[in-house]
Design a protein around this ligand. Structure first.
Ligand code: MRU
Length: 363
């Protein structure tokens, strides 16, 4: 568990504040999130980001919003005939914040289903319990998937017994700042580090928002990961050619039925470089990031962050047009294994992932 907190939630006072990740690592400023409008705003502006964290902030923001109006008793909100409608409206609003990470949509759909069954009784209590359960489960599932991933990579290289530890690469930020506090792909790194088996970590800067340079580098320094190095995105293949890299580990915003995976723009390039250099490429995510409703990567909506953000980040002139997708899709064929809290999904003899079989029809 990291010392860093992307969100601070008080279940007694029912308050939420989030670390403004646009200011990290230079400042640590927390933004209060008392309403659905403020939850929507911090997600959309990317003050908070990362697939699991987005879902948590949406759930907890909605909880704070309705608790502030109705309190926390078992019957809170029962006298308000408009409450169910209000919650549904909030769900609709929160779903418009960012389109690619499925965690938000899964969380909102579950909340909607729970509330609809209540016939107006105990809505506030049920929303609060659901949000708090997600918070607890995210941490537990990250620890579990971190340990599964670490073991899988250790086993893969056990015969060559790398005495200086395992050398990993990663992109974007998938750590404590993207989750409830442990991380997915960076959770694997954390688990290896805990066992004293991490040799080095190559951190891609992750243009144009630099989540690698600002956030993962920050976590790596805070955690004291050995030989953690920041690398510009375009140096990835040269880095792999010049040294032994045992695995690349990346997160996911949505893994679809055939294993195609949407993640931060640049992930696809990293996977291609891994293939070229014989480096195993692992996707790490809780099973709540798997979307069995979508067959292949072509069905994933990819967010475009627009021209202003890219021009500003790149120092480009006003007149230039842009194409600024926040994510890309890595085809399943480039993925070695998908690490979840339930274990690692490997390809079958047919060379395909069977995510539905692995997850037992859920996810
Ligand atoms: O645009 P961001 O910063 O929200 O993108 C985040 C990523 O792509 C992460 O890799 C993904 O959400 C997994 S976080 C555990």
């Amino acid at each position: 568990m990291s010392k860093l907190r992307a969100l601070v939630y008080d279940p007694n006072e029912v308050t939420l504040k989030v670390l403004d990740q646009l200011l990290v690592p230079h400042q640590k400023v927390y933004i209060p999130v008392p309403t659905v409008a403020s939850a929507h705003a911090v997600i959309k502006r990317m003050n908070v980001r990362g697939a699991p964290l987005i879902a948590l902030v949406a759930l907890l923001g909605l909880t704070c919003d309705i608790v502030s109006k109705h309190g926390t008793s078992d019957a809170a909100g029962d006298g308000d005939p408009g409450l169910e409608g209000y919650v549904m409206e909030c769900v609709g609003t929160l779903k418009t914040s960012r389109p690619t990470a499925v965690n938000l949509f899964n969380a909102m759909d579950e909340l909607e289903a729970v509330v609809k069954k209540l016939n107006g009784k105990g809505v506030v209590k049920a929303v609060k319990e659901l949000a708090e359960r997600y918070l607890e489960e995210d941490l537990a599932s990250n620890i579990s998937l971190g340990n599964h991933g670490a073991k899988a990579i250790e086993n893969m290289w056990s015969e060559s017994n790398p005495k200086d530890g395992l050398n990993l690469m990663t992109i974007c930020n998938t750590g404590a700042l993207a989750t409830a506090g442990y991380g997915t792909a960076l959770g694997i790194v954390r688990s290896l580090h805990k066992e004293g088996k991490l040799g080095s970590l190559g951190v891609l800067e992750t243009r144009p928002y630099n989540q690698g340079a600002r956030l993962t580098a920050f976590e790596a320094v805070e955690e004291g990961f050995p030989s953690a190095r920041l690398i510009v995105d375009s140096a990835a293949p040269a880095y792999m050619r010049g040294r032994v890299v045992h695995a690349a580990v990346v997160g996911a915003d949505r893994v679809v039925r055939n294993g195609d995976t949407a993640n931060k723009i640049g992930t696809y390039a990293l996977a291609i470089h891994c293939k070229e250099h014989g480096v195993p490429f692992f996707v790490a995510c809780p099973s709540t990031t798997v979307d069995l409703k979508v067959e292949t990567g072509g069905g994933i909506t990819i967010e475009d962050r627009g021209a202003d953000e890219l021009r500003k980040a790149a120092g480009a002139p006003e007149g230039i047009e842009t194409w600024n997708p926040a994510f890309d899709v890595t085809p399943a064929e480039l993925i070695t294994g998908i690490v979840t809290e339930r274990g690692v999904v490997w390809k079958g003899e047919d060379g395909e992932f069977d995510l539905e079989g692995f997850l037992g029809g859920q996810g």
